[in-house]
Design a protein around this ligand. Sequence first.
Ligand code: ADP
Ligand code: MG
Length: 230
Amino acid sequence: ERAREILERADERGDNRLGVEAMDLLDAYGIPTPEGTIAEDPEDAVSAAQDIEGSVVMKIVSPDILHKSDIGGVKVGVEPEDVYDAYEDLVTRARNYQPDAEILGVQVQEMVDLDSGTETIIGMNRDPQFGPLLLFGLGGIFVEILEDTETRVAPVSEREATEMVEGIRSAPLLRGARGRDPADREAIVESLQRLSQLVTDFPAILELDVNPLVAGPDGVQAVDVRLTVD
Ligand code: ADP
Ligand code: MG
């Protein structure tokens, strides 16, 4: 099973904190992710960008740097001719931040349309008393400011997942308030159930966040992930 392999490989490296190198975990559970690969050198990055076409997003991949934009580790809208230099720049920034950081490479990812979508967050935290708590809320900066989230104990039924999505105070935003495109709420519900299944299958996953899960009019895309494993 693909998901098990990803966790085993991380374990062999001695990493118990994972970032976008674990994107395939989501993919293996049917949570949609943008096209993306982890390049291990600048040439690699250039050819990965060629496969994607158009401008790309580039992110430093390091178990020591899980809040990538805090250190300037995310570049959005990189043009093909700038990919080589962007790779080196991202590695330099990471080294400046932490000279001995373990760097796995740079993720080259397809651009996701944030204008027609809403940044949401789905996640899980194991509570000593209640067990695995699934979380849904608005992502990006909103998540901290609004404290507008819903939680349920995993595994969740379709009905519970729907309650989570419809239960946040900002739900009207997802339904298309103020002339916005309504978000595909069924796709969010499905992703919550798939995440529920993932964390139920792998008790070793202690916490996991997909932030953002971009909810567009036709489906969702998990753009970023971080998790902690036992
Ligand atoms: P981190 O949370 O570690 O800083 P993210 O991967 O979440 O890194 O990237 C930070 C922000 O950059 C996201 O919240 C999103 O707004 C933007 N972003 C990241 N990846 C993409 C993408 N593929 N397409 C469009 N915007 C992106
Ligand atoms: Mg993020």
